[in-house]
Design a protein around this ligand. Structure first.
Ligand code: URA
Length: 328
């Protein structure tokens, strides 16, 4: 791994969801670059309208699934109270973080929708990652059961044939079901593929030391990756692979709802925050993923090569420890 729809009027024409997603992402990026820090949340009715417009002319499994997932979002939003209230809460949460408010990010929320065209297996829905987590906070038992169920879905996933055919194990993730901190890595390597556990090789050894420096043991935290299968020759995960796997890690985080997420390296940070910015420019401040504070630091494999950067990584972790009021 080298760690280094055009007008807004409703129409019955089917839209290409990927085009909509790409255009929305480009617009969000453009607004961010122009200095726009906040975008209003869409109201639930417009979410439903958009989702209907995502449907294909034939009314395929794909379009039904999108409508279903968007309606779920609408129900969930309604359950949480009106949107104005929600926006006020968001502003308060950001202030409490003492961090720069992050721009609203539109993203493609993949999940296994089972469409027949492999290229369109995971059509995107537009969601926002700066509000509350989408799921309720569950009991430990319910979290465990949901994670076990999700892991069995991961084991049966063949959405990336190139990876699935070669894998020995999927690497779901492990740790506390109620972690204060989640460590988010890139992808399994050879050792992880052999054992089915995350970060057990050389980089894992260093990650374990980093966790212990934070006065935790591995069992206190949760460790997962952007994708669940080892890429051949430890190459970086491709964007399509990250998209295929996105629904899995997002569901994990939705269950875990940690206070902090530590992104290890550029792939993890860029995937979670849906940005193209470098680790260097993302370090040193808290970002946000739903209600979690996100910090970005160097990948342990990079630190094993560039040992002079270990001090900088420790500074990053100290920023979290001070904020979390953890003595070190
Ligand atoms: N590198 C990662 O990013 N994840 C692992 O699980 C192991 C090595």
């Amino acid at each position: 791994m080298s760690h280094s729809e055009s007008e807004s009027e409703a129409t019955s024409e089917a839209l290409d969801p990927w085009q909509v997603k790409n255009e929305a992402s480009a617009l969000a990026q453009h607004l961010h670059q122009a200095g726009v820090q906040w975008l209003p949340k869409p109201d639930p009715h417009s979410i439903t309208k958009w989702s209907h417009r995502f449907g294909t002319a034939q009314g395929s499994v794909e379009s039904e699934a999108i409508v279903k997932s968007s309606r779920t979002t609408e129900q969930e939003l309604a359950q949480r109270g009106d949107l104005e209230n929600d926006q006020r809460k968001q502003a308060e949460a950001t202030q409490n973080m003492g961090a720069n408010p992050q721009p609203t990010t539109f993203y493609s929320a993949s999940s296994n929708l089972g469409a027949s065209d492999p290229k369109r297996r995971h059509p995107p829905t537009l969601e926002i990652i700066d509000g509350p987590y989408l799921g309720q906070s569950l009991s430990d038992e319910a979290r465990k059961a949901s994670l076990v169920q999700l892991e069995s879905e991961v084991k049966q996933c063949f959405n990336c044939p190139q990876l699935a055919e070669k894998r020995n194990h999927t690497v779901f993730g492990e740790g506390s079901v109620r972690p204060r901190v989640v460590f988010f890595g890139e992808a399994p390597g050879a050792d992880e593929d052999r054992t089915g556990r995350p970060f057990v090789g050389a980089a894992g050894g260093l990650l374990t030391k980093m966790i212990e420096a934070c006065k935790f043991v591995r069992e206190d935290v949760y460790i997962l990756n952007t994708i669940k299968c080892r890429p051949p020759n430890n190459r970086n995960p491709e964007l399509a692979e990250r998209e295929q796997c996105r629904g899995f890690y997002r569901q994990q985080l939705d269950l875990l709802q940690p206070e902090y997420i530590v992104c290890l390296g550029a792939v993890a940070a860029q995937e979670l925050l849906q940005t193209k910015m470098s680790v260097g420019s993302l370090r040193g401040k808290f970002h946000r993923y739903h209600t979690s504070k996100v910090l970005v630091t160097y990948h342990p494999a990079y630190l094993l090569r560039e040992t002079t950067r270990k001090g900088a990584a420790w500074q990053d972790l100290q920023m979290m420890l001070r904020d979390a009021k953890i003595e070190f």
